[in-house]
Design a protein around this ligand. Structure first.
Ligand SMILES: [Zn+2]
Length: 462
């Protein structure tokens, strides 16, 4: 857990109060309560609020001089200031038991606590090395009173270490907002997305939506994108995203679109004309990557130092990056040779086969005969075999002959069924309108696909 994740200022809030402890007279507590009454927002579990109140407190102290006021820092449903607060990270080989016995808790109580945690919190899975914890101790006795863990930004768990020894999980309230962003690429797509505060989840979904139209390993300066998606927020902070509804990408005078459509039967991304965005093949077997060596029948080999045809396209990426099958098919080979290293070869149909070389390892379950879907992870980038560094050498066969897949006209996919097109066009136009705006979109403007809008107008395709 990162206790700073929901508000960097908590720590400062606590420390601020702690540091001031010496300056405060006992009167402080009583006045603190008065302050809560005057500033009811102090009860809020929002950290930045707590922090701003601390500074308000400071300000008042400065102004009035002898009139110190403590405003409680309330977090995890607890008044943190009434405890001695210990923050730490779970160490190697440390267990809940060793942590708590270290603070003088007896084994029988710990056993009860673990029992009470079952069904609420999976200790085995979530009590892991490197995770943060917050321990609240009695200020007088030093005995542990509460332990707080945060398995994810979406929830926290309070272990009550006295009394009934119960364990409570609290799920944080997640707000969603429909958001429209646009940007232009000046260095990389990733940079442009983060500059525009698009979280990694939405960025990845955007790539998924357009991967059959746009080769993202070839992004260029001046490319532009627009994105309409639903953002997830906790206490006003982005924590991820749900659905991406629409994407447009502009490159060299051409616009590419993908629109999300889901009426319960037909589901997926479609282009502006209602053709499925999932074409026969993906453009590249990796995400967020670059081509380090093109298909070249007369390449000078960097290791062998001779002219040797390079009948593949090399994509450089860090070791461990997932490699995707660019299409549906069956694994023909998952093997190792001196030159290829660990590689996977997939047969897609009578015409096409693809091969992925130099893997560090295969994905789980990938072996000869395994059926794979488009976009399925089949292995991870490595540098096994004849490779100067971590990359995938990607090879594409057409009728048994290796060809440059970037030059191929690949099979087109089908359109959505005609009876749904009117509904789809309406939704598409609505998305387009919303994409013209920037920032948070009024939810009232949003209407999801529905069967009710079907057949209300006859064949008015734009
Ligand atoms: Zn290669």
């Amino acid at each position: 857990m990162d206790f700073n994740s929901t508000g960097n200022k908590v720590k400062h809030g606590i420390l601020g109060l702690r540091n001031k402890k010496k300056k405060l007279v006992k009167l402080g507590t009583a006045l603190g309560l008065a302050a809560v009454m005057f500033y009811p927002s102090a009860r809020n579990d929002n950290n930045s609020m707590g922090a701003s109140l601390v500074s308000l407190d400071e300000q008042m102290e400065e102004e009035i001089g002898f009139f110190p006021i403590v405003v409680p820092t309330i977090k995890y449903g607890l008044v943190l200031d009434t405890f001695q607060v210990e923050e730490g990270k779970i160490q190697k080989k440390q267990t809940l038991g060793t942590l708590l016995t270290g603070y003088g808790m007896d084994l029988l109580s710990i056993e009860t606590l673990v029992k009470n945690a079952s069904g609420v919190f999976n200790i085995n899975r979530n009590f892991r090395v490197g995770k943060d914890y917050l321990l609240l101790l009695d200020r007088q006795t030093g005995k542990p009173k509460h332990l707080v863990l945060e398995p994810s930004v979406f929830e926290y768990v309070v272990f009550n270490l006295q009394g009934e020894l119960n364990v409570q999980k609290v799920e944080r309230e997640v707000d969603t907002k429909l958001k429209s962003v646009s940007g232009e690429i000046s260095s990389s797509l990733w940079a442009a997305l983060t500059q525009n505060e698009v979280d990694a989840e939405a960025a990845s979904k955007m790539e998924d939506a357009l991967e059959c139209f746009v080769d993202f390993s070839h992004t260029q300066k001046g490319d532009r994108f627009k994105l309409l998606f639903e953002e997830k927020l906790i206490a006003g902070k982005t924590v991820g995203s749900n659905q991406v509804y629409a994407v447009s990408y502009h490159r060299e005078g051409k616009d590419y679109y993908a629109f999300w459509y889901d009426d319960g039967v037909t589901k997926g991304f479609f282009d502006a004309e209602g053709a499925s965005a999932k074409k026969g093949f993906l453009k590249s077997p990796l995400k967020f990557t670059r081509i380090s060596s093109n298909f070249n029948p007369r390449r000078f080999h960097p290791i062998l130092k001779t002219v040797r045809p390079h009948l593949g396209t090399d994509y450089a990426a860090p070791t461990g990056t997932p490699i995707y099958s660019i299409g549906e098919g069956v694994v023909e080979e998952a093997a190792f040779t001196k030159g290829n290293g660990k590689y996977v070869k997939i047969k897609h149909d009578k015409t096409y086969q693809t091969q992925y070389l130099h893997m560090s390892r295969f994905a789980k379950g990938i072996r000869r005969g395994t059926k794979v879907t488009q976009g399925q992870v089949i292995g991870y980038v490595g540098s096994t075999g004849l490779a100067t560094g971590p990359h995938v050498c990607f090879r594409f066969w057409k009728n048994g002959k290796q060809v440059n897949h970037l030059r191929e006209k690949l099979p087109q996919s089908k359109k959505m069924s005609p009876d749904k097109l009117n509904d789809f066009y309406k939704i598409r136009d609505n998305y387009l309108m919303m994409m013209e705006k920037e920032g948070v979109i009024d939810e009232d403007q949003f209407f999801p696909p529905s069967n009710e809008t079907l057949d209300t107008e006859g064949g008015a395709a734009p």
